[in-house]
Design a protein around this ligand. Structure first.
Ligand SMILES: NC(=O)c1ccc[n+]([C@@H]2O[C@H](COP(=O)([O-])OP(=O)(O)OC[C@H]3O[C@@H](n4cnc5c(N)ncnc54)[C@H](O)[C@@H]3O)[C@@H](O)[C@H]2O)c1
Length: 293
């Protein structure tokens, strides 16, 4: 895999440092880089070369050591090559998997490929290289909590199915989802379940893995969603959220930083909702999605 750095000399100085891999250089990926990157080697990866270059330039401008790599998370071989390249840089102590596509951006098939399979590939492949004392976070979504529906048999299958067979699960086929929102909800619930599935293997390497379920977050993806069909529902959620605001990428980065830290050394296989209370308010019947802001 082709890795790009800025200067050879800096690379030598950085070589002994822990590697933080950020897959997905969008709004959340960059916020996690700003928050958790300093003092570490940042390996920033995305499918979009121009977005990747712009994010890396901004982070370098803030004094960070950044290596970039192109990756397509829907290809397991591409994710594996990224994990191997990361391991060659130094001890891979941290992973933030943030790559994703939302329903306003992509087809049902693309959502399943990127949000479901892509995340499963990253959890699996980085589980092979994560260093002792390391920690990973995979970004799921509050949508997984209220749009993802699986019975106990399906959950068990998602927990036990080897990653190479996931695409063949009968309930994970594109024909099973009436629209992108339902595929997205399934994919994000699946991220939480694959994190549960992987946490013992990560534990055997002395590492932890968790997911974060953000609510409505002001990133490029969040902006696209606010232009799409679901906008009235999203605005109703923001308006009635217990936190009474939209989330920022920094809200998510703060939680990722906590999950990376020794303060979270007893937290693994868990999902943390960072949604301003929307999911809880819905469960409590306190949120009316038909009410307009
Ligand atoms: N923004 C929100 O409101 C929100 C809410 C809940 C969950 N999420 C989830 O948070 C994560 C981060 O989203 P964000 O808001 O930072 O979005 P973003 O659009 O700013 O960033 C997502 C990044 O993923 C990259 N990507 C897409 N397909 C890829 C592929 N095949 N391989 C590699 N990279 C790929 C994109 O190029 C982009 O840079 C996503 O998984 C998203 O589903 C977002």
């Amino acid at each position: 895999m082709m890795l790009r750095t800025e200067r050879k000399k800096v690379q030598l100085v950085a070589a002994s440092r822990d590697v933080l891999v950020i897959v997905g250089a969008g709004g959340m990926g960059q916020a996690i880089a700003r928050r958790s990157g300093p003092g570490r080697q940042l390996l920033l990866a995305d499918i979009d070369q121009s977005g990747l270059d712009a994010a890396a330039a901004a982070l370098r401008g803030q004094g960070q050591f950044v290596v970039t790599a192109l990756v397509d998370v829907k290809e397991r071989g591409s994710v594996r090559a990224l994990a191997q390249a990361a391991a060659e840089l130094g001890p891979v102590r941290y992973l933030a998997h943030t790559a994703g596509l939302s329903q306003a951006q992509a087809s049902v098939q693309a959502i399943l490929d990127v949000d479901f399979l892509g995340a499963a590939f990253a959890i699996e492949e980085f589980g092979q290289v994560i260093a002792p004392g390391g920690a990973g976070v995979a970004i799921a979504s509050m949508a997984g909590h209220f749009l993802g529906h699986l019975d106990s048999r399906q959950r068990a299958q998602l927990l036990r199915t080897p990653v190479e067979d996931l695409a063949d699960l009968p309930f994970a086929g594109p024909d099973r989802f009436a629209n992108g929102a339902l595929a997205y909800g399934f994919a994000k619930l699946a991220v939480m379940i694959r994190v549960q599935a992987a946490c013992a293997a990560w534990g055997r390497r002395g590492a932890r893995i968790n997911s974060i379920s953000p609510g409505v977050i002001a990133t490029p993806m969040g902006a696209v969603e606010l232009e799409g069909e679901a906008a009235p529902m999203i605005l109703a959620m923001i308006d009635q959220a217990p936190a009474e605001r939209t989330g920022t990428p920094e809200d998510v980065a703060a939680v990722a930083d906590f999950l990376f830290s020794p303060a979270a050394s007893f937290v693994t296989g868990a999902d943390l909702l960072v949604d301003g209370g929307i999911t809880a308010a819905m469960a409590a019947g306190e949120l009316d999605l038909q009410r307009r802001a």
